[in-house]
Design a protein around this ligand. Structure first.
Ligand code: SF4
Length: 115
């Protein structure tokens, strides 16, 4: 059975088809092939969310993973972040949690917090 994907590697968003014979069409560059091969074997995603702070002026701060993590670990990472509270001023790009759940990804702030 053929499978269809939308490549999210760049804003072009190519519609890529993996045919029954294994051939791949619709990608405008080789990164699309790498993307669908990863999607079929071990799909990964960047996680973006917010984390609580102790600052009433900014009760939550946006964060993201520094690199894509396996899709099956997203809920565990979200749970871990729901238990986290920022208690000191931090800058955009600062690492809040290193190597979260051994994924190799850091949790970084995407906005400064009280600075
Ligand atoms: S296949 Fe290449 S050009 Fe198309 S969306 Fe993916 S990265 Fe962009």
């Amino acid at each position: 059975m053929k499978k269809e994907f939308i490549c999210i590697v760049c804003p072009r968003g190519c519609h890529i088809t993996v045919h029954e014979d294994g051939s791949i069409t619709g990608n405008m560059c080789k990164r699309g092939i790498d993307y669908v091969q990863t999607e079929m074997s071990s799909p990964k995603r960047i996680v973006t969310t917010t984390v609580k702070t102790v600052f009433s002026e900014m009760p939550r701060v946006p964060v993201k993973t520094s690199q894509p993590i396996p899709k099956e670990l997203i809920m565990d990472v979200m749970k871990e972040l729901s238990k986290t509270t920022i208690t000191k001023p931090m800058s955009m790009g600062d690492v809040l949690i290193e190597n979260i759940l051994d994924t190799g990804a850091n949790i970084v702030l995407t906005r400064s917090c009280m600075k």
